[in-house]
Design a protein around this ligand. Structure first.
Ligand code: DC
Length: 228
């Protein structure tokens, strides 16, 4: 089996649309590999801060990437642990500020180029669920099932707000909504690989759907298209 025949399902969409939970559940049900590409952008932004590299310096940020030793571990609980140089940085990269910085460095063409090879390296047997903003359009254009997952902006902000509250993080709903709006704009309006619905993707609006309902929909589509 060459890389071209390994099945891929790409799941793109804006922040807090449920991509992460749905991708992890799908990967777990199918026993496939998973690529959380947003985590890669977050790790780069986190490492830049850690190494006191200014986020504004594209070439310094880009040069950092080849030195990173990254490892993902999917637990039975569908949670994902992320290690940088063998240190667990799962919670550090999930902060609002790290998300904002990730979105800022994601505008840099050289950073995106450098990450494409790394992302394609996740394509291994028996299959891959790739979650991000440009998985179907740029990184895995040959994927036979491309999902664009979205939800109403207020609903996404509510999900994010509840997630933060559950973690004991005290935030105002208005601040979460503002942050989300800013990130949506940044991700959709950048010049390179912007977040957009491609003509060959299937749009799923999860505003009124549970995680399990979205997972079932994707599994049905996969069967219809003979993905596995
Ligand atoms: O999915 P996330 O919130 O963890 O992603 C963090 C940021 O990384 C997001 O705001 C934009 C960027 N990103 C990207 O540009 N392309 C991807 N494939 C994934 C994430």
């Amino acid at each position: 089996m060459n890389n071209q025949s390994i099945p891929i399902i790409t799941i793109d969409g804006p922040s807090s649309s449920g991509k992460g939970s749905i991708s992890r559940k799908l990967a777990s049900e199918l026993n496939w590999n998973i690529l959380d590409s947003g985590a890669l952008y977050r790790i780069v932004a986190f490492s830049a801060k850690l190494n006191e590299i200014p986020i504004e310096k594209e070439s310094l940020v880009k040069n950092l990437i080849s030195k990173l030793k990254i490892r993902f571990k999917l637990l039975d609980t569908f949670e994902q642990k992320i290690f940088l140089n063998d240190c667990d940085i799962t919670s550090e990269i999930r902060t609002e500020i790290c998300g904002q910085n990730a979105s800022r460095i994601a505008k840099y063409p050289t950073v995106r180029d450098q990450l494409v090879g790394l992302q394609r390296g996740f394509l291994k047997k028996p299959g891959l669920i790739a979650d991000g903003r440009d998985m179907g359009n740029v990184v895995f254009p040959a994927s036979k099932l491309k999902i664009y997952l979205t939800a109403d902006q207020n609903e996404r902000a509510k999900r994010r707000y509840n997630e933060l509250k559950q973690k004991g993080i005290n935030v105002r709903f208005a601040a979460v909504l503002d942050d989300l709006k800013q990130r949506d704009n940044q991700d959709k309006e950048r010049n390179i690989a912007p977040l957009k619905v491609s003509p060959d993707s299937v749009l799923i609006d999860s505003t009124n759907l549970s995680i399990n309902e979205v997972v079932s929909k994707i599994l049905s589509l996969s069967k219809l298209r003979n993905i596995f």
